[in-house]
Design a protein around this ligand. Structure first.
Ligand SMILES: *Cc1c(COP(=O)(O)O)cnc(C)c1O
Length: 476
């Protein structure tokens, strides 16, 4: 049942790849003499001379060599690759959505109203008292949140003393990085055999030097921290703050709120949970919510309403700006559209389906899943197979593979998150692909994928020495 969902362009000159435009036809375009100053002119411009149909076909062919959420299911754990409805794109494409960041407040009241409403929606979803929309990504939200924690401790005269941030071993890599970037010593917290926070280890780690604990709940194994109230008490009694990594809110929407669990600060990944795809390098947004005692430290500016007018203001003890303008406005606009369209009941329903889909898919596959009961995602083990080989081979069966080799407490981890967007048919297609790879001869996995337009790539040089433009390619 090998499925081919990608085009392979058999062009003799290009070994199956779609040639670059510059390789197709590069004729020098003569530039007329102009009145431009000398330093702005050049003798020739290297632009390919191609007709519109040739151009349109080139980009269509390229799109057919790719795999995206519009081609099939994409169960990349901890990424929430849900299908994002097109109506949000339509709204973000309205001419009136394009707002110059320097417009004066009186002329952008509608935009400020949307900011204000979204601050409120997210605060209500997370159980927080105030929200900033400025950070442009999850990691940037974490960093801003940790700076807020730092400013709070400094304000209490405990800035120097509180030099440590506690992070569970299984946490997302950005948690360690955000704490370290803010100058903190990172204290790693081991999990217990259950895959959850080890309370004894936490009690031993928390103390006078604790600035914060960073936690995800459900954690990266999809498990809910049953002792969350006790965890919060231990950290608060030690004088630390509770930071919630809310990158993946799909399990909680409309059901449980980090604020009610005792968290003081959290970030949201709007580009995961709320209608902007994660991955692909496009713009995102990582709003940060805080409890009342931290509100005055939020980044500048915030939006507030006074007598029906919306205005910008600088919070009293603000940590300053963390991004240009007011964040990635169009991403935020899409989140507002998505949340308004679904409403509270719709969000609650989405989380139910996300959890149901993960559990249904897990029930249909034959691999070991060491930690249960999970919520919106599960971590299966590829057993005696290499998880990366396993994942590459899944591409040959026409689906995108899960996240691999993380978290490390599951050997050869396949971290799988189907999201609420998939139908039973798509989930069955995923289960079939898991089954087919598990039944394959080990040799079939070694040089997979074979049925895709790009075969096995050297991941290290793809990450370290990317060729991002034809200029770079030509100068190789
Ligand atoms: C995705 C993710 C992040 C980081 O978000 P980015 O927008 O990629 O910076 C942080 N924590 C968790 C748990 C995540 O899944």
């Amino acid at each position: 049942m090998q499925r081919h969902t990608q085009a392979i362009w058999n062009d003799d000159d290009s070994e199956g790849y779609e040639p670059l435009l510059s390789e197709r036809n590069l004729e020098t375009v003569e530039v007329d003499d102009t009145d431009l100053p000398d330093h702005l002119t050049r003798d020739s411009l290297k632009l390919p001379e191609l007709s519109e149909p040739e151009l349109a076909r080139h980009y269509t062919r390229l799109s057919q060599m790719n795999y995206g959420i519009d081609s099939g299911p994409y169960p990349l754990g901890s990424c929430t690759m849900k299908y994002n409805p097109k109506f949000t794109e339509d709204i973000a494409s309205l001419p009136s959505a394009a707002v110059h960041p320097d417009r004066d407040e009186a002329s952008v009241q509608g935009t400020l109203q949307i900011y204000h409403e979204l601050q409120d929606y997210l605060a209500r979803i997370g159980g927080m008292d105030a929200v900033t929309l400025q950070p442009p990504a999850g990691a940037a939200g974490e960093f801003a949140g940790i700076l807020i924690a730092q400013a709070y401790h400094e304000d209490n005269g405990e800035g120097e003393q509180r030099s440590e941030v506690i992070v569970p071993t299984s946490a997302h890599g950005t948690n360690f990085a955000s704490a370290a970037l803010a100058g903190y010593d990172v204290v790693e917290l081991p999990e217990d055999d259950d895959g959850r926070v080890d309370l004894e280890a936490l009690s031993a780690a928390a103390g006078d030097s604790t600035a914060a604990l960073m936690l995800t709940n459900p954690n990266t194994l999809g498990l809910f921290e049953r002792n969350i109230e006790e965890i919060a008490t231990i950290v608060h009694d030690a004088g630390g703050l509770m930071y919630y990594d809310g990158a993946n809110l799909n399990a909680l929407l409309g059901r449980a709120r980090p604020g009610d669990m005792g968290f003081d600060i959290m970030h949201y990944n709007v580009h995961k949970t709320f209608a902007t795809p994660h991955g692909g390098g496009g713009p995102g947004a990582g709003p940060v919510g805080v409890s009342e005692q931290l509100e005055s430290f939020l980044p500048n500016p915030q939006v507030r309403e006074r007598d029906g007018e919306y205005e910008l203001f600088e919070p009293e003890r603000s940590i300053g700006k963390v991004h240009g303008a007011m964040g990635n406005w169009l991403v935020l606009l899409k989140a507002h559209a998505y949340i308004s369209r679904l409403g509270g009941d719709g969000l609650r329903d989405a989380s139910a389906k996300a959890v149901l889909n993960a559990n249904y898919l897990a029930s249909q596959i034959d691999l070991k899943i060491p930690f249960e009961p999970f919520h919106h995602e599960f971590v299966a083990s590829a057993g005696d197979r290499d998880a990366a080989d396993f994942a590459k081979r899944m591409l040959d069966y026409g689906v995108h593979p899960p996240t691999t080799k993380w978290p490390e407490n599951v050997p050869e981890a396949l971290m799988t998150e189907p999201t609420e967007a998939e139908s039973k048919t798509s989930l069955d297609q995923l289960a079939e692909a898991f089954g087919a790879v598990a039944a394959d001869e080990p040799s079939a996995l070694e040089d997979a994928p074979k049925a895709t337009s790009a075969k096995r790539i050297d991941q290290t040089s793809a990450a370290r020495e990317p060729q991002l433009s034809w200029h770079q390619l030509e100068s190789r």
